[in-house]
Structures are given as C-alpha cells and as structure tokens.
Design a binder for this molecule. Structure first.
Ligand code: G4P
Length: 526
C-alpha cells in the first residue's frame, strides 16, 4: 500500500469526558464493533474508584495496567482506528492535555443527566487551542435526563462551539424509544441490551409516513416530526468542513451501556473525521505524506520497578514511514537514536512492529534519552510545536532533606519532570525549587519515587501561589526592567523560559494593569 493510502485509512482520536460520563463504556463498545474484543467487561476502567482515591500506590499500579490500554488500535470497515486513552483521574489532567496534542480529533461524552461538567470544559479549552474537530456523544438516554434542547444550548454556551445535532432522541428515560438519524434519515428503535451489536435501522425518508405512528405511537411520532422540523429550521445544514475546522460539533444521542447510538456515531465518525493532518514545527509545516519520517514524544511511562529503570516513550508519527532499527535524528540530543524494541498496541495486545505510518502511535523502550516534547526526524533539525505545558494549580517548594544525596535528588527530580509527572520552577532569587501540579496526588508520587528509585529524601512546603505565567514582551528593555523590579517573583521553567509566579488572581490583574507592555500566558507556548 502506498504511503498516501496508509495515511488515508487512519483515524487517530481520543475520547474525553468528565469522570463517570461513560468514556470507558463507550470505548468498550467501539472495540466490540471493531471486533477487537468480543466480550463486554474486557476494558478495564482507568478510573480510580473512591476507595483508592488517596492511595496512590494503588493508583500507580492501575496506571501500570493502563499502559496496555494507552492506545487501542483496531480496524473498522477498512479504517485503521487509533484510539488514545486518557486518564480518568482528575489529578492526571496534564497527561490528558498532552495526549490531546497527539490526536487528530476527539469524541466528547456528556452525561444527559449532568450536562456539561467542569472537566469537560477544561478539556474543550485544550481542544480549541488547536481547533481539534469534536464530535459530541450525549450519553445515558435510558435515564431521565435534561431536555435535549437545553443540553445543546448548554454545550454551545459552556464549550463555546456551535452544535449541529445529527441524531435526535425520541423520548428519554422510561419513555426512550430510540433515535432518529437526521444525517441519514434513518430510525433506530431502542431495545435495551448490553449485547446487541446489530445494525437493524429502519429507513424513513418521509417522517409523515403513518407507519411511524404504529411503530412508536402517535404522540411520540408527532413530537419527533415537530422536533425534526424545528431542528432543520434552526440549525444550518451540517457542513463537514466546519467540523474539520473545529467550528461546529456534530451531536449524537445514545446510551453507551445499551450499545445504542454508538454504531451510527462510529459510522459517521469514519466518514467525516480527519485522517492524519499536517503539523507545525518551528521551521515549517510538515505534511504526513512527506517521504521522510518525523514524529514527537507526547507521553512517557516509567516502570515502577527500580531495578529496571526503563521507560516507554509514546511517539506520534507525523510524516513518512517509521522503521525499527533505523537511526533517527534526536533533535534535542547529541547522538542519533535507534530503536529495536518498538511496540504497537492492537486492541489489548502489544506487538513488536517493524514499521508504522502517520497517525500511528508507537511505544519506544527508552533508557532515559527521551523527554516529553522531543522530536525525532529522518535528518531535519526541526521541532514540533503545540505541545505546551499548562500552568499548574497547586504549588509546593521541594526541599532536599539529605545534603549527601544532592546529586541523586537533582537527577531524580529532573527525570520525573521529563516524564511529565509535574512541573518544576526554579526561583531566580535563592534558587528555590517549586513543584507545580494539577492534583495533590503527584506530591506523594514524587516523594515516594524519589526515595524508592533515587534514594533521595524530600519534603514539600506549602506555597501561596495562584498561577505560573510565562511572560514575554515585544520590548526587551521593558521585559528586563519588569524582571528586575519583580525579581522575587521570577522563576525559570525546566526549559529555561521566564515565568512570573503570581500569588493571587487580584494581584496578577494589578500587575497586568501596571505593566501593559508585558504579556502573561497560562501556557508555555504562545
Ligand atoms: P467513565 O469512564 O467516563 O468514568 O465512565 P464509565 O464508562 O465507567 O461509566 C460510569 C457509569 O455510568 C458506569 O456505571 C456505567 O455502567 C454507567 N453508564 C455508562 N453508559 C451508560 C448509559 O448509557 N446508561 C446508563 N444508565 N448508565 C451508563 P457504574 O455503576 O459506575 O459502573 P458499573 O458497575 O455499571 O460498571
């Protein structure tokens, strides 16, 4: 198969959701349709249950298990689907943000009872930064949920994206009768079943057909006719181009646990979702069909076993053909790297592979050469952009408690940061080191792993900080002046970028007003 054909047949995406909306259930159903698994319950939730929420050892174990499900590849109707898993635990949100840099589109699951929840909003913000196309799946229609019109309005308002329903529910909860596919003009009647995998949709070109009344009852049929008329009147025709530009999100309704509405979403997904797209580097845009290989690392998973300090780096292939054992240019490093142990994840199995194509994600066994954001190429010295760090939400000073182990402490901290466990900021004054995370758990993870793997003992001291803001200015003199006058609050991130450590929202606003020529950014790329 030619490189162009390999690219055309790939769809690389992630499912995002607030915990409990039904991400794991939907993933499982997609794998069932793809024939990648044949029993329900085969996909382990990577969600941490409440009992173990504060037991991070347990969580790390579960994360270990979830390496196998980090990427799930399967074929459906001649399309190779790469589904990237995202951590269910909120404290690992940064992992999810980075995973989103490696996909070409997302499916967003929303619980029809709860509507748009906070985690969904945050994830959507990340999608908007890259104009990632989004398909919305409104789940749990077998429950008494909110009015579908209200849900659509809420998605538009809270997620700041236009919606276009492509299916419409007939009733909800106890009176849920099915969905009408507005795109294909097909009726799909609901029979609650966790096993059903059939595709027995009824075609209804003309909703006025009286047969509809006898199928679903007069009142629901009239309601559906009214709804469809209203939707077709209110929403402009679905334009796949606008979806691909991230401007419009097509919406499907269904019930993942009952396998309902999933199939039709998947069928539409493979028709409209983008194949691997071009990506930006610091030098130029790279198109997937370029003959030379290029790719970037977006995730690193460490082995918990201190005797085997190997790690798996997840590489997204952006152009050309990736080949096992071929030396590639490690752009940040000093020597070429060659990988003999390259794995790809098909369904639940890992397999060693010899080659991979744009859109594919491969796991590279690494002994410490790679870090998140690294670019590998077949020669060219360019770096993929768009893999930013986001300002953490919790900050603590990390203090080395054993001066004899300073080397181990420095090395351990550096490696953990390269894995993306947390972010490190070093204050210019006094060289104080501050670790920033999005959740409490990481502090325990860091403390334990530094002790266990590097034999370094640390303590964390609370810090009163609100945000880390990366700063820039068109006027270098003004920037220097700002750094001088605010030197107690200036730090550098792991890449040496200038950061302003703001203590409170109000104070940040004040500083912002007083220094209009300084730009404050909540992400490391701007
Ligand atoms: P997550 O990965 O997004 O966190 O959610 P997950 O799929 O684990 O689903 C969360 C809960 O919602 C599960 O119930 C799941 O069975 C249920 N669920 C998913 N889809 C539907 C649906 O269409 N309708 C209804 N009524 N429920 C749905 P649980 O009780 O937490 O777990 P389980 O014991 O049922 O597995």
């Amino acid at each position: 198969m030619s490189l162009k054909d390999e690219i055309k047949k790939r769809r690389t995406f992630a499912i995002i959701a607030h915990p409990d909306a039904g991400k794991t259930t939907l993933t499982e159903k997609l794998l069932l349709f793809g024939g990648a698994i044949n029993t329900a319950g085969a996909v382990k939730s990577n969600k941490i249950d409440t009992a173990t929420k504060s037991d991070w050892m347990e969580i790390e174990k579960q994360r270990g298990i979830s390496v196998a499900t980090s990427v799930m590849g399967f074929e459906y109707k001649d399309i190779k689907i790469n589904l990237l898993d995202t951590p269910g635990h909120q404290d690992f949100a940064e992992d999810t943000y980075r995973t989103l840099t490696a996909v070409d589109s997302v499916i967003m699951v929303i619980d029809c009872v709860k509507g748009v929840e906070i985690q969904t909003e945050k994830l959507m913000e990340v999608c908007r930064m890259r104009n990632t196309p989004v398909i919305c799946f409104i789940n749990k229609l077998d429950r008494e949920g909110r009015d579908p019109y209200d849900l659509l309005d809420e998605v538009e308002a809270k997620l700041n994206i236009q919606v276009r329903p492509l299916s419409w529910p007939i009733g909800m909860g106890k009176s849920f009768k099915g969905v009408y596919n507005l795109y294909e003009k097909k009726l799909n009647l609901f029979t609650p079943s966790q096993r059903k995998l059939s595709d027995d949709r009824q075609v209804f070109e003309n909703l006025e057909d009286e047969e509809l009344d006898s199928l679903i009852g007069k009142n629901p049929a009239d309601q559906l006719r009214e709804d469809v008329e209203l939707i077709e009147g209110v929403y402009p025709d679905f334009d796949p181009k606008e979806y691909l530009e991230g401007k419009v999100a097509p919406v499907f309704f269904g019930s993942a646990v009952n396998n309902f509405g999933v199939n039709e979403m998947l069928d539409t997904f493979i028709k409209i979702a983008p194949a691997p797209k071009s990506r930006q580097t610091d030098l130029r845009e790279v198109t997937p069909d370029e003959s030379k290989f290029s790719g970037f690392v977006f995730k690193i998973h460490a082995n918990m076993d201190p005797n085997h300090r190997n790690r798996i780096a997840f590489l997204r292939i952006c152009s050309g053909k990736f080949e096992r054992n071929k030396p590639y240019n490690h752009v940040r490093g000093t020597k070429p790297l060659r990988f003999s142990n390259v794995t790809q994840f098909m369904a639940q199995d890992k397999e060693i592979i010899d080659e991979a194509f744009p859109g594919d994600i491969v796991g590279l066994y690494d002994t410490g050469n790679l870090k998140i954001g690294d670019t590998l190429t077949d020669g060219e010295n360019m770096v993929f952009t768009g893999i930013p760090s986001f300002s953490p939400e919790i900050f603590r000073e990390v203090v080395n408690k054993d001066a004899m182990k300073t080397k181990q402490f420095e090395k351990g901290l550096k490696q953990l940061m390269e894995e993306g466990v947390a972010q490190l900021f070093t204050f210019d004054m006094g060289s104080r080191k501050v670790v920033g995370t999005v959740g409490q758990l990481q502090f325990e993870v860091i403390q334990f792993r530094l002790k266990n793997e590097y034999n370094a003992t640390v303590e964390f001291h609370p810090m009163n900080l609100y945000k880390a803001c990366w700063i820039s200015s068109k006027d270098k003199k003004q920037l220097d002046e700002f750094v001088r006058s605010k030197n107690r609050h200036i730090a550098h991130d792991k890449d040496g970028k200038l950061v302003f450590m703001a203590e409170s929202k109000a104070w940040l606003q004040m500083v912002h007003d007083n220094y209009p020529e300084i730009e404050f950014h909540f992400t490391s790329e701007f």
